[in-house]
Design a protein. Structure first.
Length: 194
């Protein structure tokens, strides 16, 4: 049984912070693989500066080429929008009925709002959560403290954001060190976020 951690995000663009966290999860937890699930449209986010799905998929593919345990996933591209995590999980179970054990990877900031997620009780009943630290305000609901399905992973705190990268790139700042080389090359050639 392959243990797969699902790392959801718009990855607009994917950067070294995303890779560091995903790599930490496969190297220092019991996960065998991490799949970057590229979200076409989040119910909580507006679509203004979001690159097309296939471009973001391509950048994740470029970023994970040399990392066999990290894989891009376009599973949500064909699901009705706006989509909720519970629907993606059900869809994955149908698509991979055996051989895979799925769990969710999320930042501590997302865990603080997890009780607002659609069917969060069902998710927690059936899937493990792998939580990495984030600097954020607010507190985690007491119902999640010490929960047997919630695993806190002592990953490095990454304070790099895709928003910061897009804004600074548009201003002409050098953001090259914040991106995997192949991602920078693709982004530069396509003239994104200018």
């Amino acid at each position: 049984m392959k243990k797969v951690g699902l790392y959801f995000g718009t990855f607009n663009p994917i950067h070294i912070g995303h890779l560091a966290i995903a790599n930490h999860m496969v190297e220092f937890s019991d996960l065998d693989e991490v799949w970057f699930v590229i979200t076409p449209q989040s119910p909580f986010k507006q679509k203004k500066s979001l690159l097309d799905n296939h471009h973001r998929y391509q950048m994740v593919l470029e970023a994970t080429t040399d990392c066999p345990k990290l894989k891009p996933s376009k599973i949500e591209f064909d699901l009705p929008q706006p989509n909720y995590t519970i629907n993606t999980l059900i869809h994955l179970e149908e698509k991979y009925p055996e051989g895979y054990n799925f769990s969710l990877i999320m930042g501590e900031d997302n865990l603080k709002g997890f009780h607002k997620w659609k069917n969060y009780e069902v998710i927690l009943e059936n899937y493990a959560l792998y939580i990495y630290p984030r600097i954020s305000t607010g507190t985690v609901s007491h119902q999640f403290e010490g929960h047997p399905k919630i695993n806190k992973v002592d990953a490095p705190i990454m304070e790099i954001s895709s928003t910061f990268i897009r804004k600074q790139h548009a201003k002409g700042k050098n953001i090259k060190p914040l991106l995997p080389f192949r991602v920078w090359k693709y982004l530069d050639e396509m003239n994104f976020y200018r």
